[in-house]
Write a protein of this length. Sequence first.
Lengths: 290, 350
Amino acid sequence: MQATNTKKPFNITFYLLIIPVLLWLVFLIVLPHLDLLISSFKIENNNGDMVFSFDNYLAFFKEKIYWLTFVKTASYAISVTVLAFVITFPIAFYLTKVIPKKNAAFFILLLLIPLWVGELVTVYGWMVLLGDNGIINHALMTIGIIDKPINMLYTNFSMILGLLYMSMLFMVVPVMSTLESLDDSLIEAASDLGASKWTIFRTIIIPYSMPGIVSGAIIVFMLVIGDYLAPNILGGKSSLWFTEQIYNKFLTTFNWNEGAAFGFLLLMLSSGIIWLALKLSGQKLDKVGS
Amino acid sequence: MSNILEIKNLTKRFGDFTAVKDVNFTVKDGGFFSILGSSGCGKSTLLRIIAGFETETEGEVFIRGESMKGIPPERRPVNIVFQHLALFPMMNVRENVAFGLKRLKLSKTEIDSRVNEMLGRVGLDGYEKKDVKALSGGQRQRVAIARSLVMKPSILLLDEPLGALDRKLREHMKVELKLLQREIGTTFIYITHDQSEALVMSDEIAVMHEGHFEQIDTPRNLYKNPKTAFVAGFVGDSNRFELKKSENGKLLTAKGWKINKKSYKGTATVLYIRPEALIINPSSDLVDVEIFDITIKTILFDGSNTKLATIVTGTTEELLISLPQNAEFDGLEEGQKLQVGIHCDDLKCY
């Protein structure tokens, strides 16, 4: 954009700067996706030749288990996103509006620690906590509150816990940045005009931080819907996460073409959900991204 | 007129720092009351105590005779126009103005009629649907005032609301605010560091300095008869002279200017003279007027505010004299000597 505005016909700096971006976009995003798209429309006919077909996509709609898995994945991802918001919004509010700035930096650093050790390690951490012989069950039995271990691991509960734990932070950061720009006098003005604390929260704070909430929600939703580790390890056999279906296509049945189609379906359907959420919340993508 | 606001022995301390020191005053119903002071003098803290955002350490605030102790901001009959206006950016003009009325659970028709009436009052008809971010500075100002006034508060508190406007618009809004206040009759308490704003708009002004009130008076009295040295120096322009003890009991400044018409009484240490109190080429039959010679050092041309920087002849005291912009003084030049007079009442000693 900048280059078209300048009078110089060849702005060397501009092209030097744009080349890495273009290389990245073309070779790491556009071409692989095109390849995936093309292979998703191919099946092997009886002669062993690859021919064009919609069968890979039709398989998703014909086989009940596939789209049921997707519905479950999407609805759980939405629930995790909502939960992440409910849990982290007070944290973000506390860190930006209540405690002094210099202490906030320390707490944010603390929040980041789980990211440093990696998802696999935190997932195994949850296994140690939640297992039948895990720390929580052991503690509860020692105190005598229960006499049989509660089955927590390999359930939807443990899966949601794992997904929440790895994605929550990505909600905190954008919400904090919008809350930081919220002038305290807006809150005072609302209270001066007779608004109760709950009304201020509902009519001032939430609408004001909506861009941050939506961008946080998009990140969390995308991370969760595309996650493989937490559902597979913490959710156990019953987890039925859509990424597991894709994994199975590629590595168990070796049907790469159907796997590609499923990958594309995940991309389309999750983008559709985000588009719908943006429409419903009245937010625009360019505003959310900034 | 009855008193709508009464402040009794109000003190506010933040740790070791005392922001407001034992302040007492009353404001008449329907008046325009200004609190004038430089930044950090405690005037904003005082306003926030009245609005209920800060709690007083000692003393009490009464509005219409009722103590405001323990009453939160949302239940006080006052509304505040914030320094940076604090308009709600995610709402349009109408929603901003209707915000407070919605909290009163009024019917939609009543909210609409009150909002429209108020927007008409402040000259914003037809702006209902506009985004507040798309408005000009003056329009935003009016939305903020409308948003508070629509609540029909007993008192409207204004915290330097004109500070962010450019000079021309500020001059215009000064007059507009004063007229608006006259028209609707709500009591205004106006906080400012700009003396011209306070002098133009107010019925009464309190000059605040380091947490306490120096003087509460009408603008004219404040200007004509400042009670303390701080007020004399703070309100309007003044020539300031250090005084020293003289042998004959007459006024004598530190740099040797003897004033024969006025005797030196008590313990005064400073003398203030307004530039416009000096009469150039006074006629000799004036009574109680000290006449002396000056030399023009330079002419500071500033339109209607033009001044002469002069030296009192025979001393090293510098004296600023207002120069009326009429043809009589067009020929003045640097280095020229002039005779100047000052009435004894205009020599303010503290």
